[in-house]
Design a protein around this ligand. Sequence first.
Ligand code: FE2
Length: 223
Amino acid sequence: MAHWHVCEGTWFVGVDALLNDTAGRVGGSEVLSGRAVDFLRDDLGGWPALHRAQVSVIYPGYPRPRDGESAGAFRYRQMRDAAHVDGLKPVGPNRRRHPQEFHAFILGLPLTDVGPDAAPMVVWEGSHEVIRAGLREVLDNHDPKDWHTVDVTDAYQEARRTVFETCTRVPLPARPGEAYAVHRLALHGVAPWKPGSKGRPDGRMIAYFRPEMADRQDWLISP
Ligand SMILES: [Fe+2]
């Protein structure tokens, strides 16, 4: 999996890296369960069969530039936590954003015990409603089956600007045994690893589940 090391070795992206089954079992463990799972199942649209989790590992020194990243994009990684909404994929030479993955939620499960300033996930509180409103202005004019062909760059960038101006940036340091559930439309990112933070040789490691929704229409409409 060496190809998953990016940002000059300070980030292991680790898509599909965990050998879990569809119930979240790893190596004979129990089925994945707990308050976060209950919440996602009961209040956020259900609990689907799970894919192999992403194992995202950040190391001291993050961020360094990602391969081919422009100076502006690297500055955004440093100053704005590389904040993004999942699933809005860059298409073509101008990297115009198109909705091409429709996740039900983001569930983060910390796997290492590190300090609170060791590159925590950050989320902009309430941003999912700002992003939802911005994207609906464009996507409500299209059949959901065509959404992946719609350029939402301008609406997304404007909504993101509003989020930076009006929403609170909330770092989410968490320890093994804890979990966090992030709304699929929330603006989120990764804070830099603050020098001197309590770390470990195996870094700040988090397993992420981001299962696809059964019906992409729910991506904008359901809770
Ligand atoms: Fe993300």
